[in-house]
Design a binder for this molecule. Structure first.
Ligand code: ZN
Length: 250
């Protein structure tokens, strides 16, 4: 009848609660590993590299689009120049062969040749402008490529480091989860269910030890009478912290 607080938990009836505490430790371990898996320092180191690459990619896209417009403009000017050259050749041909051409025709052809010549000068100017506008864009694109190259290598190495770190922790998580499952299998379903529900609701901790009158779950001291009552309860009986509601193991 005398349930001494220093019995050492050797009683068969106390086994489920001891298992529950072990399960709690195993669950905390799994949670810590999962947290580490989500917050890999290797991933944190990789993020700024990826951000820089993304920013360069974005800029490259914008500059390339601008450059592409210049290419289109250049083609347009080239097409117009080619049409103009063909037109001049056709007029020349007609002028040479048109022995019967009237003076008016000759005059009209001369005027057109002159207008075409002026336009050709304009087109050359415009093409020059396009080339000048392209120069800084090409330089920027080359610089972006030069900046990207070491970042791509850094990102590749970073991804490999993340993968290696993740694989290591994943193996630890697998082992810890196996251990957790084995411990859980030894606990009766109702007690396990209650523990799981409490754990879900109370930040991952469903069961706590009573340490010198203090609940290790919420760190609040229990009234002396309550501590006394818990120590005198039959071994293995499931008690709860009055303050946080967790299963309390004296
Ligand atoms: Zn508590």
């Amino acid at each position: 009848m005398d349930a001494s607080p220093d019995a050492g938990g050797t009683n068969e009836a106390e086994a489920p609660l001891r298992h529950l505490l072990e399960l709690q430790d195993a669950d905390v371990h799994v949670d810590q590993l999962a947290y580490r898996r989500r917050h890999l320092p290797e991933q944190a180191a990789l993020e700024p590299v990826l951000a820089q690459l993304a920013s360069l990619d974005e800029e490259r896209l914008a500059v390339s689009a601008e450059r592409q417009q210049l290419v289109a403009r250049e083609l347009e000017l080239e097409r117009e120049t080619a049409a103009l050259v063909a037109r001049v050749a056709a007029i020349d041909e007609r002028a040479r062969s048109a022995s019967a051409g009237s003076y008016r025709d000759q005059e009209a052809m001369a005027a057109e040749i002159e207008a075409l010549g002026r336009r050709r000068g304009e087109l050359e100017e415009l093409e020059l402008e396009v080339l000048e506008a392209a120069e800084p864009l090409d330089a920027r694109l080359a610089q972006i490529e030069a900046d990207r190259a070491p970042l791509l290598l850094e990102a590749e190495a970073g991804r490999a480091a993340v993968a290696a770190a993740a694989a290591g922790i994943d193996a630890e998580i697998l082992a810890a989860t196996d251990r957790r499952s084995a411990l859980a299998a030894a606990i009766a379903a109702p007690l396990l269910g209650e523990y799981e529900a409490l754990r879900q609701r109370l930040g991952g901790v469903g069961v706590a030890r009573l340490v010198r009158g203090v609940c290790a779950g919420c760190h609040l001291a229990l009234p002396a009478t309550e501590v006394d009552r818990l120590h005198k309860a039959p071994p293995g009986s499931v008690a709860h912290c009055e303050q946080c509601g967790r299963i309390l193991v004296p």
